[in-house]
Design a protein around this ligand. Structure first.
Ligand code: ATP
Ligand code: MG
Length: 397
């Protein structure tokens, strides 16, 4: 059966009280933007705490479903068979029989229940009577169907409104909150496994995510940069577009390498990354930073190292993976489609200048003293910021 309408239910938005219409409007708008990438003749609208998508052209069902499944704020998606309002029970019954036949006619044994909502009272029968009559008609026509009113395999919904909606499939959505309902944050996006997952989790809470990537040409290659662009593109499938700021970090790294003790390279480098990120965040109206850090994963992520890194920044730093095991992070990376790109073996600027035995318990005073040797660092930072390359990453086919 070809569906031309989708019924979209949203979960958490329902809890937002007076502000709810803003969340709903943002969701409707986001759905429009995502679908407009390849559809022309369609409408998205809200009606009685639901959102509907009506499509008036031929389209690829799986593609629409895949798109809708990635939009944050959607709790479930149901392909709907929509018919004109009728006051004629016979017509309704025939439609239901055809619907069941097309979708479940050849399936194995299934239990079912009819659930009618008669919003439009012009329909002359009561909901309970409609349930009973339609249930009876389905049983008569399909040997593979039995009734189960408590725990049916198939719940056939019949909603009598200005139209009549018939649907039985409920497909899980991405959940979370619509992108754009919670300001902007800046994701420190490396080419690794963790940071794209961190960005995804924060975006899921309605935050618009911009990204910043530090590269160190010629020590890091164009392939490493392309990999990060690709990761931002994959994230943008969920969020719309992702603005990616690319910072040339080479001179800063060489300066640190020249002037500071080598066992402190990583921690000082990470502090400078944070500092620059905060400056770029402020310039771009981002209210927080996001990283893929997880306690104890590497030397620069011991509690002590995180405290020392944190010290140079004032804005909140979101670390959604802080308590996750690598295995858990990998599972999410696989689900959201970033894993295979993340494991491509291109060098990262952090790994190139890394010491054999980096400090795991950095002492803030000692680090501050070492940083004093970077006399011209503010000039280096200014140059790096002035030469940022900014790319808008969009979902690719
Ligand atoms: P990831 O898998 O995200 O690269 P990681 O396990 O390699 O993380 P680190 O290299 O210590 O860990 O990086 C910790 C966090 O710092 C990353 O999750 C990311 O948010 C940020 N980060 C590291 N390197 C870069 C970079 N080159 N550009 C931007 N952010 C970076
Ligand atoms: Mg990394």
């Amino acid at each position: 059966m070809k569906f031309y309408s989708f019924l979209i239910k949203y979960g958490e938005i329902g809890l937002k009280g007076k502000n709810r219409y803003k969340f709903e409007d943002t969701l409707v708008n986001n759905i429009r933007l995502h679908l407009a990438n390849y559809l022309h003749n369609f409408v998205v609208y809200k009606e009685q705490e639901r959102v509907y998508v009506d499509i008036n052209e031929e389209y690829n069902y799986q593609k629409i479903l895949d798109t809708l499944k990635r939009i944050f704020g959607i709790y479930s998606i149901s392909p709907v068979h929509k018919i004109d309002f009728t006051t004629n029970y016979k017509e309704l019954s025939t439609t239901i029989i055809n619907y069941v036949n097309e979708i479940y006619g050849k399936s194995e044994k299934k239990s079912f229940k009819i659930k009618t909502r008669r919003v439009n009272k012009r329909f002359p029968m009561h909901s309970d009577t409609i349930n009973a009559e339609l249930g009876h008609d389905v049983l008569e026509n399909f040997k593979n169907f039995t009734v189960d009113v408590h725990n049916p395999n198939v719940l056939i919904n019949v909603e009598i409104r200005n139209h009549i909606n018939i649907y039985s499939e409920v497909i899980n959505g991405a959940k979370g909150l619509p992108t754009g309902t919670s300001s902007k944050s800046l994701l420190l996006l490396s080419g690794g496994i963790d940071s794209p997952v961190a960005g995804f989790l924060i975006a899921k809470r309605g935050v618009i995510v911009e990204a910043i990537y530090f590269n160190a040409p010629p020590y890091t290659s164009d392939r490493a940069k392309d990999k990060v662009i690709k990761l931002a593109e994959i994230l943008s499938r969920y969020t719309g577009c992702v603005k990616l700021h690319i910072v040339n970090f080479t001179d800063i790294q060489l300066e640190i390498y020249d002037k500071c003790p080598h066992d402190e390279l990583t921690i000082i480098m990470r502090r400078l990354m944070m500092k620059i990120s905060e400056m770029v965040a402020k310039e771009n109206n981002c209210l927080a930073l996001i990283t893929g850090e997880s306690i104890g994963q590497v030397a620069s992520q011991t509690t002590n190292s995180i405290a020392v890194t944190n010290e140079c920044v004032n804005m909140p730093i979101f670390r959604p993976l802080i308590g996750f095991d690598k295995e858990e992070i990998i599972k999410i990376a696989e689900n959201i489609g970033t894993f295979n790109t993340s494991i491509l073996p291109y060098e990262d600027c952090c790994t190139i200048f890394v010491a054999k035995h980096p400090v795991t318990n950095p002492n803030l005073e000692k680090i501050l003293k070492s940083e004093k040797k970077l006399e011209n660092i503010d000039d280096f930072i200014k140059i790096a910021i002035n030469n940022i390359e900014t790319i808008i990453c969009k979902p690719m086919e």
